[in-house]
Design a protein around this ligand. Structure first.
Ligand SMILES: [Zn+2]
Ligand SMILES: [Zn+2]
Length: 453
């Protein structure tokens, strides 16, 4: 008999860790980190020790205490003994933090299945971030529609549209019937036909159960929701206005949202400005152009792209000031001085954590700032307050333009109706109880409990 256990993504958005067992086969669906892991115990500078992270998380049951799961070298001082792996594989839906970030704790002997694009994202992250380490694993890359057998299980990944390329849902055949897992998905994005394909296949499978994300399942929509095309129109309007006034445009968006990057790239091209990205994004793009399915601009060849270098070490933009991976784009360099001198030549990306660059760029009063991310949930959001203080200090005009990576409540309800599963397990949501109104057999998962399919 096949069964499910939920060790993350329960009553929270993100942190999915779902264990599927069928006879001898034991596989994980995602192995992510919750966005606010352990906030009851860890805060500010009080954080798990870097040499004992696993033990310091297990102390508060913030990870599943299961045998044969964790890497031997991390088990010291945890009170758990090492044993050979007792899990067959991990199947990843996409490369967002809340779906992959705890892979680093796993026994390297447990193979990890990802989409080809997802693997490129993960490699770029490990190369360019000092805080990302997914550990050593045997990676097995798939493409949409491939069928993968693990014991009695057969898993079929099918692409979906989400705010990161290379996202998948799964259709899984078990001895207890078939199961659909959505991962994260949206219906209104530029690649909506992929989600459509997934839902079509999911409905044809006549699944006995469905694990559905529910990010936007909320009593009322708190945010304005645009499509990607509407975001583009909005950015184009800002560009036209900035061209008329001869002003700079600064923007920020989710670092892995390549649809959004393409939107800014198109808007920049439309008004004859160069898109200025940071070396980290340039490195990511350089990796992603390897996957021709993604159809992204090449940061080393495309003249419409330039790369912003901030002053480091010598403060004189010398090659040795930068990491090796950062040096690959130095012939495309744009500096703060250049942006200041020719504000209308560029559309420049400055993320919130790099706002100190604004001190060097010193955009003229009345320049534009496009915040292309979701608005904070509440007015007490400290970062939002700080951001607006900076914008006021530099007299920047604020524009918020964003399209969500997730289905709206209506779209989700329609999708579930179409797939029409026997049972419905809501995950990745703060409002699982709302699913009981969508489906008569909605099962609200409890952390660690066993559910037969
Ligand atoms: Zn997620
Ligand atoms: Zn996601």
């Amino acid at each position: 008999m096949a069964s499910l256990r939920f060790f993350g993504g329960v009553n929270e958005i993100g942190g999915n860790k779902i264990l599927l067992e069928d006879g001898d086969a034991r596989v994980w669906l995602d192995f992510g980190e919750p966005f606010e892991i352990g906030s009851e115990y860890y805060t500010g500078w009080l954080q798990p020790r870097s040499n004992n992270v696993l033990g310091d998380l297990l102390e508060f049951d913030l990870l599943p205490r299961l045998r044969g799961l964790f890497a031997e070298r991390l088990l010291r001082n945890t009170g758990m003994d090492y044993c050979e792996p007792e899990f067959d594989a991990v199947f990843i839906t996409h490369a967002h933090f809340d779906h992959v970030n705890h892979l680093g704790f796993l026994d390297p002997e447990i193979p990890v299945y990802t989409g080809t694009g997802t693997k490129l994202f993960m490699e770029a992250m490990e190369r360019t971030s000092n805080y990302t380490d997914y550990g050593e694993h045997e990676y097995r890359c798939f493409r949409t529609g491939e069928k993968i057998r693990v014991g009695d299980l057969e898993l079929e990944p099918i692409h979906v549209d989400h705010s990161i390329p290379g996202a998948y849902g799964y259709i899984i055949h078990t001895s207890g019937g078939s199961l659909v897992y959505t991962g994260d998905m949206r219906a209104h994005g530029p690649k909506q036909e992929m989600t459509e394909e997934f839902l079509e296949a999911a409905s044809e499978a006549e699944p006995d159960a469905m694990i559905s994300e529910g990010t936007r399942m909320a009593p009322r929509e708190r945010r304005r929701n645009l499509s990607e095309a509407q975001v583009l129109e909005g950015v184009e309007r800002v560009c036209a206005q900035a061209d008329r006034d001869g002003k700079a445009i600064v923007y920020t968006h989710g670092p892995r949202d390549m649809d959004r990057l393409r939107t800014f790239y198109e808007a920049a091209g439309g008004c004859g400005r160069q898109l200025v990205i940071n070396p980290k994004t340039a490195h990511l793009l350089l990796r992603l152009v390897e996957d021709e399915h993604l159809d992204l601009p090449d940061p080393q060849r495309d003249d419409r792209i330039a790369v912003y270098y901030r002053r480091k070490r010598s403060c004189e933009y010398q090659e040795t000031d930068y990491y090796v991976w950062e040096r690959e784009f130095m012939d495309r360099m744009v500096t703060a001085e250049e942006v200041r001198r020719r504000p209308t030549d560029y559309l420049i990306n400055v993320g919130f954590y790099s706002f100190t660059e604004l001190i060097d760029i010193r955009p003229e009063m009345g320049s534009h700032f496009v915040y292309s991310m979701s608005e904070p949930f509440n007015e007490e959001d400290l970062e939002a307050q700080v951001m607006h203080n900076w914008l006021r200090h530099f007299w920047l005009r604020y524009h918020q333009l964003h399209a969500s990576g997730h289905m709206s409540r209506e779209e989700l309800e329609e999708a579930i109706g179409r797939v029409n599963p026997g049972k419905l397990f809501p995950v990745h949501t703060e409002n699982p109880q709302m699913f009981t109104r969508v489906h008569e057999r909605a099962v609200l998962p409890v952390l660690g409990k066993i559910y037969e399919l």
